[in-house]
Ligand binder design. Structure first.
Ligand SMILES: [Zn+2]
Length: 332
């Protein structure tokens, strides 16, 4: 049973536990933020905490009491989970009506009644409107927890009736320590992973498991071979074809920016790929900075094209041809 929030969620946890202790928890909470922040995990820890009959001092569920045991086997009468039947499907008006009926009955264990609605984006117009009444006239001791990754897709009327709690930019120290341990990477690699994961710790962990760091290092090796004329763009494109072109373009853009920075300072203050700095440095020394700026524009255009129906393999080959041209000798 999930008892603890993730280490980067302490602030949100303490805030809610304080309000719980004061008896003024909002009756509708909207947990939002990009995917990979661990909102689902946080919500589960919160549900468990609310229904535990013997909470620990920091608010964690005990895992032993009647409430915890019933939750553990998915059989707590005061907990309702509202989710689509299949991924991508809607939360229907029927589900919302059943929820309203259930909430009209008082709590079985004279504690809170807790409802988890996730992902809240999957409420369609009818079910969202159906939910409004429940949000406007809450039954006593009811806590509704809504989760969403795209808050702009929620009806404004739903948003405005919930207390919003944002999960963004996790505090670095506990996040990096967690990531280094979970992904079994060195503490110097963890910041790089977190950046690649767009600051979302779970996304970063996923990337580590998918071997993305090795793929990225391998691509840079291929680019080095291209710059020396040891391979052709077609060969490299063939070898890298299993990697999403969006990823390749993102890495290339980051390295391109790093090489521009290296033209101005041997130790730039900010750098996208500190772990690859020593490989990028000799490459940067061979390229004229104006060419790097032009290539950066090309990469932006390629990223745009990558989202269209364009032939991905050809686009990658062209991008690599552009890379080789960076190293061409100027005509004298
Ligand atoms: Zn308990």
């Amino acid at each position: 049973m999930i008892q603890q929030p993730y280490p980067w969620q302490k602030e949100q946890w303490q805030l809610l536990q304080q309000r719980l202790a004061q008896g003024n928890l909002p009756h509708a909470l909207l947990l939002h933020g990009v995917e990979g922040m661990g909102k689902q995990h946080f919500a589960q820890a919160l549900v468990n905490s609310l229904l535990c009959e013997n909470r620990h001092e920091q608010g964690q569920a005990c895992g032993q009491c009647r409430g915890c045991k019933l939750l553990d086997v998915g059989n707590h009468p005061d907990f309702v989970s509202l989710s689509p039947e299949e991924v991508g499907k809607n939360i229907t008006i029927d589900m919302v009506r059943k929820l309203a009926t259930k909430l009209s009955i008082s709590s079985q264990y004279s504690g809170y009644k807790v409802v988890l609605i996730a992902p809240a984006e999957q409420l369609n117009l009818a079910s969202a409107n159906g939910l409004l009444k429940t949000l406007e006239e809450p039954t006593p001791d009811t806590i509704l927890i809504l989760l969403c990754s795209h808050i702009d897709r929620l009806l404004p009327t739903i948003r405005s009736r919930c207390q919003k709690l944002l999960f963004a930019a996790p505090p670095l120290e506990p996040t990096l320590a967690w990531l280094a341990e979970q992904a079994s990477v060195d503490s110097e690699i963890a910041p790089q992973l977190l950046r690649l994961g767009g600051d979302a710790p779970l996304r970063a962990q996923q990337l580590a498991e998918s071997g993305v760091l090795a793929q990225r290092a391998d691509l840079l090796k291929m680019l080095q071979a291209l710059s020396r004329g040891e391979m052709t763009p077609v060969q490299v494109a063939e070898r890298e074809k299993k990697i999403a072109i969006a990823d390749i373009l993102q890495w290339l853009s980051g390295w391109n920016m790093d090489m521009i920075r290296l033209q101005y300072s041997p130790q730039p203050a900010h750098i996208n790929s500190p772990d690859l700095l020593e490989q990028l440095r000799p490459l940067a020394q061979q390229i004229d900075v104006q060419r790097l700026y032009k290539y950066f524009d090309k990469l932006i255009e390629a990223s745009r094209l990558a989202r269209t129906q364009v032939n991905q393999q050809l686009l990658l080959e062209e991008t690599l041809v552009g890379w080789v041209r960076l190293f061409a000798k100027r005509r004298s």
